[in-house]
Design a protein. Structure first.
Ligand code: GTP
Ligand code: MG
Length: 197
């Protein structure tokens, strides 16, 4: 898919203020600092479309971007940010989980996982919650440029194996880098495929 246009639409803290659910929607989720906002910029070829930061906890709202005037890409706040208060974390949980469960035009959630790490409990638990709620998702491993492909592949295989404790089969998996744009074309192809039903 060629990205002809990508524009920021709105930021929300309330699920009742979101844009009308009249276009297919894809949301990026994952730990704080995993690279959600950076990957949105890499996919759309726009450096500053989504705000990124070295400090975890940058994205705090549900951010909607309109792509090619035909679908929404959504940047979400990350989970697992250690410095967040318990109250904040509980609020995140409630608000994001409500959005994920209720948003009728969500086609697929992209769960981003840092390819440098061994499977983390938090990511696995989040995937199982999606499974339990019947929310379709796929896995996007980030920051591939930071280590050898062999290391990334080993971590991906371990993650898949861990998921098989809960799932009969694992969802599609992508290895990406926002630095080199590795995997971006494949991800866009997948979105196009889903859009075309
Ligand atoms: P929150 O909004 O805080 O949840 O974080 P996020 O998941 O949106 O992460 P963000 O895109 O802001 O990136 C966090 C840091 O990781 C930034 O310093 C990015 O430059 C860096 N980063 C993200 N993706 C990549 C990547 O593919 N390769 C490299 N080398 N660095 C990356
Ligand atoms: Mg972000």
């Amino acid at each position: 898919m060629i990205i002809k246009s990508a524009e920021f639409l709105c930021s929300n803290t309330r699920t009742d203020k979101l844009p009308p659910p009249n276009l297919p929607e894809y949301a990026f989720i994952g730990r704080s600092n995993v690279g959600k906002s950076s990957l949105i910029n890499a996919l759309t070829n726009k450096k500053n479309l989504a705000k990124t930061s070295q400090t975890p906890g940058k994205t705090q709202l549900i951010n909607h971007f309109l792509i090619n005037n035909t679908w929404y890409l959504v940047d979400l706040p990350g989970y697992g940010y250690a410095k967040t208060s318990r109250t904040n974390r509980a609020a995140w949980e409630k608000f994001i989980r409500r959005y994920l469960r209720a948003r009728e035009n969500l086609q697929c959630i992209f769960v981003l996982v840092d390819s440098r790490h061994e499977p983390q409990k938090l990511d696995l638990e989040f995937c199982t919650w999606l499974g339990e709620n019947g929310i379709p998702f796929l896995l996007v491993f980030t920051k591939a440029d930071k280590q050898s492909t062999l290391k990334s592949t080993q971590n991906i295989e371990k993650f898949k194996k861990a998921l098989l404790n809960w799932f009969e089969e694992v969802p599609p998996v992508f290895l990406t880098s926002s630095e080199t744009q590795e995997g971006c074309e494949e991800l866009l192809k997948e979105i196009q495929h889903i859009n075309q039903g």
